[in-house]
Design a protein around this ligand. Structure first.
Ligand code: MN
Length: 156
């Protein structure tokens, strides 16, 4: 890469609809790998000189991210819309500019409202472990709380 190429890469202008120039608009993850619905992903910053990556995820109305946990952390900033997230055993309503940290080994899932999408920045370690999905036993333990069961069923 030449110096001018590097300089050109340093600014990526925002386009319409929470898209950025030169950033690929991708599916959230492999469709077969885990349950999720109606999410796109843009990797905004990823560079071997940086220990973190910044991504933008957008969940369409009624969609949700995978229920998962892992050793690495997330730091999330909501940029648009409305939704809720489950973090551990707590359910939080989310709106623009809210910040939320996902601690290591904490079950988490994001859901957009039925009426609006939920778009958020997510800062994550660049070197990270693979997410774990809940076992039947894990799910039963989570669902023991009726509010969590309602959330997992999409009744938010
Ligand atoms: Mn995660």
């Amino acid at each position: 890469m030449t110096k001018s190429d590097a300089e050109a890469m340093s600014l990526r202008r925002a386009g319409d609809g929470f898209r950025w120039e030169g950033v690929e608009h991708r599916p959230y993850k492999d469709a077969e790998s885990a349950p999720f619905k109606a999410i796109s992903r843009q990797n905004l910053f990823s560079d071997p000189r940086l220990l973190g990556e910044l991504r933008y995820f957008e969940i369409e109305p009624g969609g949700f991210s995978t229920l998962e946990r892992h050793e690495h952390m997330h730091a999330v900033v909501v940029l648009r819309g409305l939704g809720q997230c489950l973090v551990g055993e707590k359910i939080h309503a989310l709106q623009s500019h809210d910040l939320i940290a996902i601690e290591p080994w904490t079950w988490h899932q994001f859901r957009a409202s039925e009426a609006a999408p939920l778009g958020f920045l997510c800062l994550v370690n660049s070197a990270r472990d693979r997410p774990q999905l809940p076992s039947a036993q894990d799910l039963a333990a989570l669902r023991a709380d009726p509010a969590v069961a309602r959330f997992l069923d999409g009744n938010i």
